[in-house]
Ligand binder design. Structure first.
Ligand code: GLC
Length: 439
């Protein structure tokens, strides 16, 4: 149903870019390049919803009334939560940043906010998860982004009357938009003042207020006050990167462009048809089919599938944000841990052909992708399929040598005006990725 809602509200959406009146600070521009260099991050969906083991949309999907849903406050008691274990896990997987749910659509705040009682410090657990995570990230040199939901299924000031979702949560009081905007600004101010350096804010939920008819430009039923909100963020922390999962071209004040379960330009998920901007790009994906902990979901993606997704993103010059949904006790299920460890092993061997690279050098090819760092091009052959050679179009710079990334043995090639032939006859094919470096 979620998918359907998205498709309905996105049909006919055009990507008009309003005049750019935002000039990012030097710190911000530097942070963008660092962001690109990092390439790989961990998304963490966790909160009161985790208790029900049915994903982060459970409140909406089962039409749970606010007062009843808030009973979760009594059960959310993540005694096993250990920020150092989470950061370690991300580090060992080769991830360079964490994007943590500070407040999802159910409105539960994972920090000790002063703006609401519906928060982690009012559970039996009683501690501020964001505090612990931010301190640990800073200690271990892990960058930290905060996911922040724009929509809210539990507050009555949120303009739920015109929202697409959260209709069945029993709200009757009239909404108060200005009050809600002030609430969000106060919360964002807390996030950006009480937790040290925050590397980015990841907004989500804009789509809840989209409307439109097929063939006509879509429009928003509310004014989100983005210019004001983005200015607030950049004033508090100029280097903080703002991204918004609105599935449209970035708006002024945004510093990176997000794609959800989709490679930039591919538009395969049905979640958006946004064109690709020149800003840093990021795509996010789940390890099974769920973002928040889902006790039934056994559809795990294989290590190879995920590495291919990671590389295909890099080939399109996008970061990859891989999600885990920790369990309500704070532990991370073994299946995720195992897969992440194996991705980490791959990264420690081949990461040089990935971190710090740029993509979008040539269009993605049926055999794989190309990444570049300085004078080196890395050919990632993801699908060798018994070929004797591959052709890389559009290589105009003179290639001096081609060799296997692993073992450094030379690979035969022929450069012509249209590109480069790489001969694979004597190349040992790696089922996950055969990497050939061109200098
Ligand atoms: C969607 C979902 C949300 C999830 C997000 C991650 O917007 O509503 O549950 O957090 O995607 O990309």
């Amino acid at each position: 149903m979620k998918q359907l809602l998205f498709s309905i509200c996105l049909i006919g959406m055009t990507a008009a870019v309003p005049a750019q009146d935002y000039s990012p600070s030097t710190e911000n521009l530097e942070a963008r390049e660092l962001f690109r260099d990092m390439r790989f991050g961990m998304f963490i969906h966790w909160g009161a919803f985790s208790v029900l083991g049915d994903g982060e949309w459970v409140m909406n999907n089962r039409n749970i009334r606010v007062e009843e849903y808030k009973r979760l406050r009594q059960f959310f008691n993540p005694q096993q939560f250990d920020a150092s274990k989470w950061v370690d896990l991300a580090k060992r997987a080769g991830m360079k940043y964490i994007t943590f749910i500070t407040r999802h659509h159910d409105g539960f705040s994972n920090w000790d906010t002063r703006q609401s009682d519906w928060k982690i410090t009012n559970t039996p657990y009683g501690k501020d998860a964001l505090k612990q995570l931010s301190e640990e990230c800073h200690r271990q040199g892990m960058k930290l982004f905060c996911y922040y939901s724009l929509l809210d299924w539990s507050r009555s000031d949120y303009q739920y009357e015109t929202g697409i979702t959260g209709k069945g949560t029993g709200r009757t009081e009239k909404s108060n938009w200005e009050h809600y905007i002030a609430f969000m600004k106060a919360q964002l101010t807390e996030l950006l003042t009480n937790y040290g350096k925050i590397d980015g804010i990841w907004f989500d939920g804009n789509w809840d207020q989209m409307a439109g008819e097929p063939g006509k430009p879509a429009y928003s039923k509310v004014d989100w006050h983005y210019p004001e909100i983005y200015r607030l963020i950049h004033t508090l922390q100029p280097a903080c990167l703002v991204g918004n999962n609105h599935h449209q071209l970035p708006k002024p004040g945004e510093d990176f462009q997000l794609f959800e379960k989709d490679l930039p330009g591919e538009n395969a998920s049905g979640l958006g048809n946004a064109s690709v901007s020149g800003l840093p790009l990021e795509t996010c994906e789940t390890m099974n089919l769920s973002w928040g902990f889902n006790i039934n979901d056994r559809s795990y993606k294989s290590v190879k599938e995920l590495i291919h997704y990671i590389l295909r993103s890099a080939g399109r010059n996008a970061n990859f944000l891989l999600n885990i949904g920790p369990m309500p006790d704070g532990n991370i299920q073994q299946e995720f841990q195992d897969t992440l460890a194996r991705i980490g092993q791959w990264m420690s061997q081949y990461g040089d052909s990935y971190y710090g690279t740029r993509g979008d050098i040539i269009p993605p090819q049926d055999w794989g992708v190309l990444t570049q760092k300085g004078n080196s091009l890395y050919v990632h052959i993801l699908q060798a399929g018994g070929r004797h050679y591959i052709f890389i179009p559009g290589i105009s710079k003179k290639i001096e040598k081609a060799f296997l990334f692993k073992g450094r043995s030379m690979v035969r090639f022929k450069q012509v005006q249209e590109g480069l032939f790489l001969y694979l006859d004597n190349v040992p094919i790696d089922d996950t990725d055969t990497i050939i470096e061109l200098d």
